[in-house]
Design a protein around this ligand. Structure first.
Ligand code: 3UK
Length: 506
C-alpha cells in the first residue's frame, strides 16, 4: 500500500545528488576526457537544466528526448528533467532518422536535447517545441540559468523517466520507470553483486542511453558516492584500453563483444590492473571469452542478465560464486521462475520461459495495451521472452523464445532488416536470423529470389550487392554478416516463416 505520508516526498534526482553534495561536494563525480565535474558542479548544473525547462514553460510529465553521447551534459539533462518533474527519454544515438521521427511522435516529445550535427537534430514533428543543442544554445542558456532549483514533489511510485526497447515488430516501445526503480536496482545489483562503494571509479563501455549503461555509469556511482568515467566517442578496443590506463577504474562493465574485441588487441600488456571487478550483460557471455579474459587479466567476468523492462540485472554470477557459461543466481530483491507454455513451473534442468518479478520491473509499456496483456502476468510477473534452464540455483540461457536477436548486445529486429531487403528488386522473400560466430550472435539473411533472378543464386556479386543494399539503409550494428540463397523459406501451414528452423541451420 502506498503510504499517504510519503506522497510528494521522493524524487530520485535529489536522492542521487543531495547527500553527495553535503558529504563530498569537491569530489570528482564525472571524468570525461579532459573535463572533470565535482559533485557540487553536478548539483548546480542539474539545477540549471531544470530551470531552463521551467523558463521554456515545459510542464511536469512532458517528455524530454535526450540524444547525446556519454557526457556531463547527459547527466545534467537527465537528472535536471527528473528534478523538474519532466520525463527524460534517452535514446540510442546509432539509429536512423526515421526511428527518431517515430519515437518523438510516440513519446510526444516537447523538448529534444542533442548535438547540432546529430541525425535527430533536423527532425520536425507536431509535438516538438524546443531543440537544445549541447554544442550551441544549451551552454549559453546554462550560463544564464540559476544554480538552485525547486524539486518537483514526486512520489516514489511516480514515473521518473522512460527508455525505449525494441520489439519483434521492429518498432521500439516506451518503457516507463519510476523514481524508486533506480534505487532498487542500485541497492540490489550494485550493492550485492558489485559491492560498489565510494572508493570505486566506474567505467562502463556500454553507453548511458542503454538501461545497462545508465545504471553502471549514472545511478550506481551516484548512489554510492563513487566516480564515473565517461567515454564520449564510440568505443574502440584502443580507446577502451586507453581510458582504462588513464583513469584506472576499479569497476569495469561491458558486453561480450566488447570484451572479445579488447582481448584481440591486448597483446601482452594488461591495462586492467586497477580493476577489482568486471561485469558483462546484454547477451550471454561465451565461456571461451570468460577463460581468455581471466588468463590475460586475472579477472573473472561476472555475467548477468538484465533488461530495459527490469531496468538492470536480475540474475547474475556473484564475486564468490561463479559458474562460467551460466547467467548465475537470482539477485536478492528479485524472483525468477521458469514456466512451460501452460504457465506451470518446469522441473529442474528442463527448458522453459524465464519470468521475473521485482520492484524495478516496469508496470507496462507506454501505450501498448495488447503487448502489456501478453507480457505482464498476474502477481507482478513479467515474461522475459528468454528460454532458460535452472539447476542448483544457477540459470543457463538457452536462446530467445521469439525471433528477436542481439548483435553486440543491442536488440536487432529481424523484421526491420527483412523490410529493407524486400525493397530490392531481386528479393522474393527473406528471413533474418542470428547465427553464432565465436559464441556470439550475428545477423544473417536467408533469401529466396524472384523468378527472373533465380539464375543468379550462385552469383557472389548478387550476395554482395544485397549486403551493400541493406548496409546503406541501416545503422552499422544492424548490418548483415552474410546472405544465403534458398529455393523457399520454411513456413507453417498458414504461411508464417519459421525462423527458428533457420536458426538451427547454423
Ligand atoms: C538478453 C542476455 C543472455 C535477454 C540489459 C543489463 O540487455 C539488456 O537489456 P535489453 O532490453 O535486452 C534484454 C534481453 O537481452 N540478455 C541480456 N543479458 C543477457 N541473454 N545472457 C545475458 N547475460 O534476451 C534479455 O531478455 O537490451 C542488460 C542491464 C540492463 C539491461 N537493459
Amino acid at each position: 500500500m502506498k503510504s499517504k505520508k510519503n506522497r510528494g516526498k521522493f524524487n530520485v534526482a535529489d536522492a542521487l545528488l543531495n547527500q553527495n553534495l553535503s558529504l563530498r561536494g569537491q569530489k570528482t563525480a564525472i571524468y570525461c576526457g579532459k573535463e572533470s565535474v565535482t559533485y557540487e558542479k553536478l548539483f548546480t548544473h542539474v539545477n540549471k537544466f531544470a530551470n531552463i525547462l521551467k523558463s521554456l514553460g515545459v510542464k511536469p510529465t512532458e517528455r524530454v528526448m535526450i540524444h547525446l553521447p556519454d557526457s556531463p551534459m547527459f547527466f545534467y539533462a537527465f537528472l535536471g528533467s527528473i528534478k523538474y518533474g519532466a520525463w527524460p527519454v534517452p535514446v540510442n544515438t546509432m539509429l536512423n532518422e526515421s526511428d527518431y521521427e517515430y519515437m518523438i511522435d510516440d513519446m510526444e516529445a516537447r523538448v529534444l536535447v542533442t548535438e547540432k550535427r546529430s541525425n535527430a537534430a533536423t527532425i520536425k514533428t507536431n509535438h516538438l517545441c524546443y531543440k537544445l543543442f549541447s554544442d550551441m544554445n544549451l551552454p549559453i542558456l546554462m550560463g544564464f540559468s540559476e544554480p538552485t532549483a525547486d524539486t518537483y514533489p514526486a512520489d516514489a511510485d511516480d514515473i521518473a523517466f522512460w527508455l525505449y526497447s525494441s520489439g519483434s515488430t521492429g518498432r521500439p516501445k516506451g518503457v516507463p520507470h519510476r523514481h524508486i526503480d533506480m534505487i532498487h536496482s542500485a541497492d540490489h545489483y550494485a550493492k550485492h553483486v558489485i559491492n560498489m562503494n565510494e572508493n570505486d571509479v566506474v567505467f562502463s563501455v556500454s553507453k548511458l542511453f542503454f538501461a545497462y549503461g545508465l545504471g553502471n555509469s549514472l545511478s550506481f556511482p551516484l548512489r554510492y558516492g563513487a566516480s564515473t568515467v565517461l567515454l564520449s566517442s564510440p568505443p574502440t578496443p584502443e580507446s577502451v584500453m586507453e581510458t582504462v590506463a588513464t583513469f584506472k577504474p576499479t569497476v569495469f562493465f561491458g558486453v561480450p563483444t566488447q570484451y572479445n574485441s579488447v582481448l584481440k588487441k591486448m597483446n601482452g600488456n594488461n591495462p586492467f590492473e586497477s580493476v577489482r571487478v568486471c561485469a558483462s550483460a546484454g547477451e550471454a557471455l561465451p565461456q571461451a571469452i570468460f577463460n581468455k579474459w581471466e588468463e590475460k587479466t586475472n579477472l573473472k567476468i561476472l555475467d548477468g542478465i538484465g533488461s530495459t523492462e527490469a531496468l538492470h540485472i536480475f540474475i547474475s554470477n556473484m564475486q564468490d560464486d561463479i559458474k562460467p557459461g551460466t547467467s548465475g543466481r537470482v539477485v536478492p530483491g528479485y524472483e525468477a521462475k521458469i514456466i512451460d507454455e501452460n504457465g506451470n513451473d518446469v522441473p529442474s534442468g528442463e527448458p522453459g520461459q524465464l519470468i521475473i518479478r521485482g520492484e524495478s520491473v516496469t508496470k507496462g509499456y507506454w501505450n501498448k495495451p495488447e503487448v502489456n496483456k501478453e507480457k505482464l502476468m498476474p502477481g507482478g510477473w513479467f515474461k522475459t521472452g528468454d528460454m532458460y534452464t535452472e539447476e542448483d540455483g544457477f540459470f543457463t540461457y538457452q536462446g530467445r523464445g521469439d525471433d528477436m536477436l542481439k548483435a553486440g548486445g543491442i536488440w536487432v529486429s529481424p523484421i526491420e532488416i527483412e523490410n529493407v531487403l524486400m525493397q530490392h528488386k531481386a528479393v522474393h522473400e527473406v528471413a533474418v536470423v542470428g547465427h553464432n560466430i565465436e559464441g556470439l550472435s550475428k545477423p544473417f539473411g536467408y533469401i529466396s529470389l524472384n523468378q527472373e533472378f533465380k539464375d543468379c543464386a550462385d552469383d557472389e556479386e548478387l550476395g554482395e550487392e544485397l549486403l551493400r543494399f541493406a548496409s546503406e539503409r541501416l545503422p552499422k550494428f544492424k548490418w548483415l554478416r552474410g546472405v544465403y540463397f534458398v529455393d523457399e523459406l520454411p513456413k507453417t501451414a498458414n504461411g508464417k516463416i519459421q525462423r527458428f528452423k533457420l536458426r538451427k541451420a547454423s
